[in-house]
Design a protein around this ligand. Structure first.
Ligand code: HSE
Length: 332
């Protein structure tokens, strides 16, 4: 049995989803010869550390009842630097102003010789190249499937399943909140403010929903794709962005009459990165509804490959994190 020790830094929806998935999959993973032990969990109020493996059920219950996992005063950096483990799961909230605290946590992890798996978009939308180099310089893995498209395995698909192909361009819908809003406005003729509120209630909108509706969240994800796939060194400020706030119900109705839907489409081709509302034919592969995300990848050998699925959600995002953890467990 191979024991892999991990820490969960940030115990919000994503961090808790990771703990729940590990609990649910423990037996299956044991059968595959992998024993995942969580030796440290931290949130903004404190942490729990147990070198022998934290009881995840109790940690989740404590978080639910007390609002924090904290048993001790050690913080995220104390765990990352001082607790012996293999993988840091960095799941603190996205901050696109300066990437903190995620950025500092990731650099500290690489310095301490630990692999990083993350769902945190901010650091990658600001300092992707430096993070990648820090991982490489230390001979460590840096995996970030959960940062773009939630459960949709975009990076696995491109880097592993489509290995050998040259990617010519990528287009997609990478924000569930705006897709939900545009779908509900078009299909149910509901007013913008009401559907935005619904998206917030579904728990998929960003803490500040202007990041969704102004296209900033989409821009961050597009930049992560461009940096990862095209080797660029872009930040989200390099993306030409138009949000959905000016789309009227009349425009959606007119599109509908002509067999089109309006979607907030992200496009990466060569050096051009754009996020903007576009008319998409109803039968086009990008015309997915509700909260779904979709990515369509144009390659030289395989042609066009389109992949769609849930772009947000606690367990869905944890699916990508678990996949990255297992990749490292099997390859290190
Ligand atoms: N606010 C994001 C969305 C969450 O709506 O897609 C997932 O990154």
């Amino acid at each position: 049995m191979k024991t892999v020790r991990i820490s969960i830094i940030g115990f919000g929806a994503v961090g808790q989803g990771v703990a729940r998935s590990i609990l649910a999959k423990r037996e299956d993973l044991n059968k595959q010869g992998i024993d995942l032990q969580v030796v440290g969990i931290s949130d903004s109020k404190g942490s729990e550390i147990n070198a022998g493996g934290i009881n995840l059920k109790s940690a989740l219950e404590r978080k639910k009842n007390k609002g924090t996992v904290a048993k001790g005063k050690e913080n995220a950096l104390d765990i990352i630097r001082d607790v012996e483990h293999n993988i840091v799961v960095e799941a603190t909230p996205t901050n696109i102003e300066n990437g903190e605290p995620g950025l500092g946590n990731m650099f500290a992890a690489f310095e301490a010789g630990r692999h990083v798996v993350t769902s945190n978009k901010g650091p990658l939308a600001l300092r992707f190249k430096e993070l990648k180099e820090a991982a490489e310089d230390n001979g460590l893995y840096f995996r970030y499937e959960a940062t773009v498209g939630g459960a949709v395995p975009i990076f696995n698909l491109i880097h592993e399943a489509l290995a050998g192909n040259t990617v010519i361009g990528i287009e997609g819908i990478l924000n569930g909140t705006t897709n939900y809003i545009l779908t509900r406005m078009a299909e149910e003729r509901m007013p913008y403010e009401l559907v935005l509120k619904e998206a917030q209630e579904l728990g998929i909108a960003e803490a500040d929903p202007t990041y969704d509706v102004e296209g900033i969240d989409s821009a961050c994800k597009l930049v992560i794709i461009a940096n990862s796939v095209f080797g660029q060194d872009a930040t989200y400020r390099d993306v030409e962005v138009t949000g959905i706030t000016k789309i009227t119900p009349e425009a959606l109705e007119l599109a509908n009459k002509n067999n089109y839907v309006v979607k907030l489409v992200c496009e990466a081709r060569g050096n051009g990165l754009t996020v903007a509302p576009r008319l998409v034919p109803k039968r086009h592969p990008l015309a997915v509804g509700g909260t779904l995300n979709v990515a369509s990848i144009l390659t030289d050998l395989a042609g066009r490959i389109t992949i769609s699925g849930k772009g947000a959600g606690s367990i869905e995002t944890a699916s990508s994190i678990l996949s990255d953890i297992l990749f490292i467990a099997r390859n290190s």
